[in-house]
Design a protein around this ligand. Sequence first.
Ligand SMILES: O=C(O)CCC(=O)C(=O)O
Ligand SMILES: [Fe+2]
Length: 344
Amino acid sequence: MAGREAAVLVQEPITPSDSNPHHLIPNTNPLESIVAVDEEIPIIDYAKLFSDDLDERSTALQHLSKACEEYGFFNLVNHPVPDNVIECTLKKIADHFRETEAEEKQKYLKKSSQDTVVFGLNSYACENREFAKMVVHPENHCPPDHCYREALEEYMKGMEEVKLGLARAISKILGQEETYIEDVFDLKRGFDVASLNVYPPCFNSKSFMGLPTHTDPGFCVSLVQDVNGGLRILTHQGKWISVSIPPSAILIQLGDHLEVLTNGKFKSHLHYVMVAKNKVQRISLATLHGPSLDTFVSPAPEFVDEHRPPAYRAMTYRQALETNGNDPIDMTTALEHLRLCEGV
Ligand SMILES: O=C(O)CCC(=O)C(=O)O
Ligand SMILES: [Fe+2]
């Protein structure tokens, strides 16, 4: 998740493709000039990953393997979180941000490195977003007087099942025991932080950026939104995709620490949020599911050999989150420091 120090990617604009002229945006900034395509991203059927029909299960696991290796993100459908729970959680988050006085919100401005709930309002060139971040696992620190608390609890109950289910399925496609990831990341005590993001419509923002380019730490990120539009992800092939999340789907993005554990087999990826085309406010709920803070994460022996030496530094999850003086609640990436050499 982008923290205070999140770096804005400066890269060459990708050459506009003739087939997508309507995706061109004014060339006033390297990121703004990037052409993103409205391309379908992989869809993974959660229920089929656990199907009793062996053929169906094995096909679904193959799809998951391809999605993790070639993309690192996918839309998850047919999962155990009911639609009405997602809708209700997003609606109550919107109600809360709209109805809560600024003074009340500011009670949660960052005070200490131990904070478990933090509010922020960023209106800069590189970020236009109001947010609340809170630790939701192993304990839920959502303030009891916030009207979305009950809905968020219900949503997180479902997401816990999804997280453990995905950990089992991903362990299998890595050729490991079902509980492999759950055990090495100590997911039952995993440090999960929810980020409640409110992006203004473009006419209220200071620039076209909602959130600067970043990767996210941890095992994986789950994301739901109320209106479509704005999230852009860089594929491993160097193409920016404008991500569309169908109603009922949960976007899953692989995190930095799965990349470290698998020694680069399953990579995290850069993404950012644009508000340039937003006619209305957009709300997203991104939950970063991580190892427990004291888990020591390093490339596992299963993914290291003479042809693939360890490409990442080993450190605890807490040390990675505290890199550069950040605090765990900031959930800032440390991938640059974790990588032992460029370009892995
Ligand atoms: O709001 C979004 O679409 C993305 C949010 C995000 O990347 C994050 O909170 O880390
Ligand atoms: Fe993110």
